[in-house]
Write a protein that binds this ligand. Sequence first.
Ligand SMILES: Cc1cc2nc3c(=O)[nH]c(=O)nc-3n(C[C@H](O)[C@H](O)[C@H](O)COP(=O)(O)OP(=O)(O)OC[C@H]3O[C@@H](n4cnc5c(N)ncnc54)[C@H](O)[C@@H]3O)c2cc1C
Ligand code: SF4
Length: 439
Amino acid sequence: MLRTTTNFGFSQALVEAQRCLSCYQAPCTQACPAKVDVPGFIRRFREDNLRGASELIYESCPLGCTCGTACPTSVLCEGACVLTQLGQTPIRIGSLQSFITASSPLEEPPPKQKSQSKVAIIGSGPAGIGCAVQLNRLGVQAEIFERDRQPGGMVTHVIPAHRLPAEPMETDLMRLQNSGIRFHYNQEVNAAKVNQFLNEYDAVFAGIGLGGENQPHQTGMQAAGVYAALEFLQQARSAAFGDGTPPQLGKRVLVVGGGNVALDAAVVAKRLGAEQVLVVYRRSKEEMPGWESEYLEACSLGVEFRWLSVIDEIITNQDQLQAVKISQMRFVSASLGGRRWVEHDSEIPVYTLHCDTLIFALGQTLEEGIQEVMGLQKNAPLLPVNEGSFQTPRPGLFSAGEAVSGGSTIVACMSAGMKAAREIAQYLQSQDTKGGQHG
Ligand SMILES: Cc1cc2nc3c(=O)[nH]c(=O)nc-3n(C[C@H](O)[C@H](O)[C@H](O)COP(=O)(O)OP(=O)(O)OC[C@H]3O[C@@H](n4cnc5c(N)ncnc54)[C@H](O)[C@@H]3O)c2cc1C
Ligand code: SF4
């Protein structure tokens, strides 16, 4: 999974491409959320048609370079490669894709035919961009409103820089410059704006992601040295690009959680020079939701794991983190939704562990109050949409990406945004037929 656009030269790419068996009904394509025609683009590349290969990738995957670099390929396209069943290593599809798209960056052309309809898109993450590109291809004016000063969502701000440098997203965004899609930055969309958009535009798409985080209700959470994982990763990524200073970690860092974000935080802490990084997880390795590739990367850097462990107390001195109290858990026989249940193991005493930094990575949530901003009911953990139409209970308001699906991948969110765009186009047509007011 560790790839960058620069670590694959032309001859290496060609050798890799020659290994492809050009499978009919290719399982790699089936396993790709964007259904990229993998044998097709590899064939074009082998036939010295670099531009055609790049075109084919971008047709299904407008974030082709970004996805080629950051897709968890071992559980997607490469995981399905038939060469694995033949005892060989799978084709390095992601590396080929990022090499081809970086070597032949193409412009997304403006639509040949334009309708009068226009759609406001909130958020410029993968879902918002996927939706905008597809609407634009269908001739619908797409305008993106992003609260940040840069596009890209988590891709630009949070994913560790060593895994996803800035260039792939820049390559993909450069393509859109003359496409006709309009980007507006520093535009925080509030409830009044959503109402305004619903009046002024023919539809609204919310690609707002999961910017909130679960945090424990413990004393000491405000102390210096205690971080929420997204805040920590964002600061580390900005510093990697010369914007601000990296988090000051000290010698021992504890990361609480067992998902990919926890593993990313642990790897980044190690790379920032922490002497010891410990991941504290309440269950065992077996239950850990983080990808195996991320776990192995963490292990290879010397990250240690304390399984069946929870933080009972945060100890501070003058608002500075000093230590934590950790208690041991044990499995009980009952399982909840297929996962083994745990309880405190009273036979093992609680112990104190000194630490300089404590990072909580307990899962992402919708930002507080965002349902009200969207004019939707507050009680759901994700934005509610009709599965087929991507429309929320509020007529004309659509959504996709992580705000709807929960934790996901760039390619899946982009692809969901594209599917939502096709549904929005149908909705606009049906409104036209009904004599709705467009333009
Ligand atoms: C630490 C970490 C590592 C990851 N690593 C990978 C990886 O290696 N590979 C991979 O495929 N995926 C990875 N992911 C997942 C991937 O980043 C997400 O699946 C994807 O970015 C979600 O896309 P989205 O468009 O739904 O939301 P986001 O990317 O969160 O974008 C939402 C956008 O909406 C904007 N927004 C929100 N509210 C408003 C508002 N009110 N007004 C205006 N704008 C607003 C935000 O500023 C943001 O730009 C990772 C995620 C994290 C957190
Ligand atoms: S978009 Fe991602 S999953 Fe799909 S073929 Fe490319 S690298 Fe594989």
